[in-house]
Design a binder for this molecule. Structure first.
Ligand SMILES: [Fe+2]
Ligand SMILES: [Fe+2]
Length: 192
């Protein structure tokens, strides 16, 4: 049976794949003087805007963070940082969108600023994922027993029902497909 933790790990892998693509596309643009495809950049930003904001972060806050808070104070500082980053997530996306818009309208002169904004965004996001996986989840594994995990999984499964409208995996899978279509090889299948 798929558990809440499995779902969170899988979602991290999807988010990390998009961050990797974003970072590589910008790195290649810098190294080879290529012009990154704004459609690809917009598709990735859109995914990172809607999927974590609507599905992933609320799921973490509602189930994992709340359960850990109930059982220990060991994670208080980590949880405070992570929750603050969740709240600031939308603002970070907007800043990157603005850099992208400037690049789309201003062209090559705005590329350097977009590359720097992307590098900051990707580094911050990776650190967020690292903190959740390497600091919070080990504390959760330590303080939550089998009964607590079973209850959390049951609560999540009840909300996870696509008919309940909380999550619709297909919609986000389609967004990932679109990114693969637009990304150049070896990241995706777009024609160079
Ligand atoms: Fe998070
Ligand atoms: Fe996360």
């Amino acid at each position: 049976m798929k558990t809440l933790l499995d779902a969170l790990w899988n979602e991290h892998r999807s988010i990390a794949a998009v961050l990797h693509t974003m970072s590589r596309v910008m790195g290649d643009a810098r190294a080879h003087g290529q012009r990154p495809d704004p459609r690809l950049l917009r598709a990735m930003l859109y995914y990172l805007d809607v999927f974590p904001e609507r599905v992933h972060h609320p799921k973490e806050e509602m189930y994992l963070f709340a359960a850990v808070r109930r059982h220990t104070h060991d994670a208080d500082q980590v949880l405070e940082t992570l929750s603050r980053e969740h709240e600031a997530g939308e603002q970070a996306i907007r800043a990157l969108e603005q850099a992208l818009l400037r690049y789309e309208q201003g062209g090559a002169t705005e590329l350097e600023a977009l590359q720097q904004a992307t590098a900051r965004f990707v580094a911050g996001y990776r650190e967020h994922l690292r903190m959740e996986e390497q600091e919070l989840m080990p504390i959760a594994s330590r303080v939550l027993g089998d009964a607590e995990w079973a209850e959390l999984n049951a609560q999540w499964a009840a909300q996870h029902d696509p008919l309940a409208g909380i999550e619709s995996g297909d919609e986000y899978e389609r967004l990932l497909d679109r990114i693969v279509e637009l990304a150049p090889p070896p990241l995706g299948i777009a024609r160079p």
